[in-house]
Write a protein that binds this ligand. Structure first.
Ligand SMILES: C[S@@+](CC[C@H](N)C(=O)[O-])C[C@H]1O[C@@H](n2cnc3c(N)ncnc32)[C@H](O)[C@@H]1O
Length: 224
């Protein structure tokens, strides 16, 4: 199971990606700041290597994380924010609305139904004009095609680790109903280990332009 997989990894490997934030985090930080965003949700919080940058910049941060060990590492490292313990598949964890949502390397771990429900749950907790930034696995990654094929572009890499790899069409199909405004290919440097190629990921930005909860039609006004 995914929860056991992540719990074991954090228990055995601790701060496995060290403490430097990903480049996508810094892009999201600039985007959120430029749009006056101060209150954000971080699903798939891990031990907070990315969250710390937002907290240090004065953002009010709430996290969601499936691994209790990851949450304990975050707290032991002084991250003073609410981190809900549980799966994003059981969102919402509170009645809050967030101006921004930043989600790094989580959504591609879910199955098709879970990805849809997760996006819907995020959208429902996003304030009007709020922005969501997702960093997702891409079909350009070296890992694409490893392990056992489960369905189109989804592979069991190891026990408890299933990954769906997005191409542009999949991004458009899945994110358009939730205010997709931009999708770009990014190369995320592996900062925690030397000698590794940058990871080929996609950065997906969505905006909520209606003050309603989930809508089925993509909004017309897609300007940031
Ligand atoms: C690839 S890691 C990325 C962690 C973090 N975003 C970072 O970059 O440091 C995926 C994270 O999502 C968490 N996770 C996996 N499945 C989850 C789920 N269904 N609900 C909540 N968190 C989950 C894992 O425990 C892990 O912390």
């Amino acid at each position: 199971m995914a929860s056991e997989y992540w719990e074991n990894r954090f228990k055995n490997e601790g701060k496995m990606w060290k403490l430097e934030p990903s480049d996508s985090t810094l892009l999201a930080l600039d985007l959120f700041k430029a749009n006056g965003i101060e209150k954000i949700l971080i699903p798939g919080f891990g031990y907070g290597r990315n969250a710390r940058v937002f907290i240090d910049n004065g953002f009010r941060v709430t996290g969601i994380e499936i691994s209790q060990s990851a949450i304990e590492i975050a707290k032991a490292n002084g991250l003073d924010c609410t981190i809900h313990h549980g799966s994003v598949t059981t969102m919402p964890f509170d009645n809050d609305q967030f101006e921004g949502i930043f989600c790094y390397a989580l959504i591609h771990l879910l199955n098709k139904r879970e990805r849809k429900d997760f996006l819907k749950a995020c959208y429902n907790q996003l304030s009007k004009n709020g922005l969501m930034v997702f960093t997702v696995a891409s079909t350009q990654m070296n890992m694409y095609g490893s392990g056992k094929a489960i369905s189109k572009d989804r592979f069991r890499i190891s026990k408890g680790l299933n990954v769906f790899f997005y191409d542009d069409k999949a991004v458009s199909n899945e994110f358009s109903p939730f205010g997709l405004v931009q999708c770009s290919d990014i190369e995320e440097p592996v900062k925690y280990m030397s000698g590794y190629d940058a990871m080929k990921l996609k950065l997906v930005i969505c905006k909520k332009v209606h003050n309603s909860s989930f809508i089925t039609t993509p909004p017309n006004d897609c300007s940031l």
